[in-house]
Design a binder for this molecule. Structure first.
Ligand code: CTP
Length: 398
């Protein structure tokens, strides 16, 4: 998931690096947004090194590049958590005040899950104004991750200590309950390259983002994942994901058919080339002045259909359908022909869906005729939906 951490000026900001590390270790992307005061307690270098993304804060307010950054970030983030949340930011959120980078982003993300981790002196926390503002946030569907009692920075003991990073983590990622632990899944991702000669190939624009996101979503639920990836610049560091890189459709077929029998399920997201050149040259083909060039193509094996044929009664199989016309009808035909448990349709007619982008608009189709349409979401949120469907189907089986 793409998680934005809003950091305010409180001593508990020193604990934020621990939260970032835990989120990153579990395969999430983290973007830090800090107030000016936060940077008195934690350095930009620490935040940027751990999150591996540039920090967004008011220090860059004169740059045109970031003047609309809050809009780009609002779409990128699946959720935002404010840790530590001062009385000031809680007051601003409760009243819709947007006068700096963080408060502007929080307002822009009103429709997304928002979490607030209050951290302040007990008297400030229990002040009527703060309590009224917290109550207002609850009414506005903001989740309050309660502070705890203990020693406070001001030297007193009382209520107002920010929740510990691991407790914040459990609130943010309820799927941390590893319901798929002990299960194994196969994912295919990315394009395939079909070699013409030593320097040329037939390929496609697939980035692999959707497949990698599905692998991460399943791994976050505790599953072991074999990710068979075509050529892409993406990487994954999740300890539950074993990535096998291949180049062409035949190699993907060989790897997938070898692994599938030992899996509980598979989601094939790869944009596999349907055809490959009949002949490949191991040198660079020379241009000939006298005539055009004809490439003779032969069909590649359909990996999804092959797995559908060999599928056992307790194995789940899902595929994608990328369609440009008669979308539902074509996807339903693929669902039946390839013997799938569900298919994820994305239409190239929908803005924001398809190759290269970070978002997708999908419809899930099931063999019993059920169809679930979804709004435009980030690819990681779509991946989360897919992992939830798989989790539900497996629990219904047992
Ligand atoms: N697929 C596969 N092996 C192939 C072709 C496709 O595993 N040789 C999988 C894809 O990973 C995807 C699904 O089949 O999950 C559908 O792919 P798509 O390209 O939409 O459909 P095709 O079956 O190739 O049919 P067409 O190109 O005619 O639409």
């Amino acid at each position: 998931m793409n998680i934005i951490i809003g950091i305010c000026g409180g001593i508990a900001a020193y604990k934020v690096p621990m939260l970032i590390r835990q989120l990153k270790k579990n395969g999430h992307q983290v973007q830090c947004v800090a107030t000016r005061h936060a940077l008195q307690f934690v350095t930009p270098l620490t935040l940027e090194t751990l999150s591996q993304r540039s920090l967004y804060c008011d220090l860059f307010e004169n740059s045109n590049e970031v003047s609309t950054e809050h809009i780009a970030l609002k779409d990128w983030g699946d959720m935002i958590v404010v840790a530590p949340a001062t009385a000031n930011i809680i007051g601003k959120m409760a009243h819709g005040i947007a006068d700096d980078a963080l408060s502007t982003l929080l307002l822009a993300m009103s429709a997304k899950p928002r979490y607030v981790c209050p951290a302040m002196n007990s008297d400030m926390l229990h002040a009527n104004a703060t309590q009224r503002n917290i109550e207002q946030l609850r009414k506005d569907n903001v989740t309050i991750i309660e502070s705890t009692t203990g020693e406070l920075a001001c030297g007193t003991t009382g209520d107002g200590r920010m929740a510990e990073p691991e407790d914040i983590y459990k609130h943010l990622i309820p799927c941390h309950i590893e319901n798929l632990s002990g299960k194994k899944f196969l994912i295919t991702a990315g394009p395939t390259y079909e070699r013409i000669d030593s320097v040329r190939f037939i390929g496609n624009y697939s980035s692999g983002k959707m497949g990698y996101a599905v692998a991460e979503a399943l791994a976050q639920k505790g599953a072991n994942v074999i990710l068979i990836s075509g050529p892409t610049h993406l990487t994954t560091s999740h300890p539950n994901i074993h990535c096998q890189r291949i180049e062409n459709a035949q190699e993907m077929y060989d790897a997938a058919t070898a692994v599938f029998p030992s899996c509980n399920g598979a989601v094939l997201t790869a944009a596999v080339a349907d055809y490959r050149p009949l002949h490949t040259a191991d040198h660079k083909l020379k241009k000939r002045d006298d005539e055009g060039m004809t490439l003779q193509l032969v069909q590649n094996p359909d990996i999804l259909a092959a797995l559908g044929q060999s599928k056992g009664p307790n194995q789940l199989l899902a595929g994608f359908a990328l369609e440009t016309n008669d979308e539902i009808e074509n996807a339903r035909k693929k669902l039946v022909r390839k013997n799938l448990d569900f298919i994820v349709l994305n239409s190239l007619n929908d803005a924001g869906a398809g190759f290269g982008v970070d978002t997708n608009k999908v419809t899930f189709l099931f063999p019993d005729g059920k169809t679930i349409e979804n709004p435009l979401k980030s690819k990681s949120a779509v991946a989360q939906d897919i992992a939830n469907i798989i989790e539900r189907m497996l629990s219904e089986q047992s």
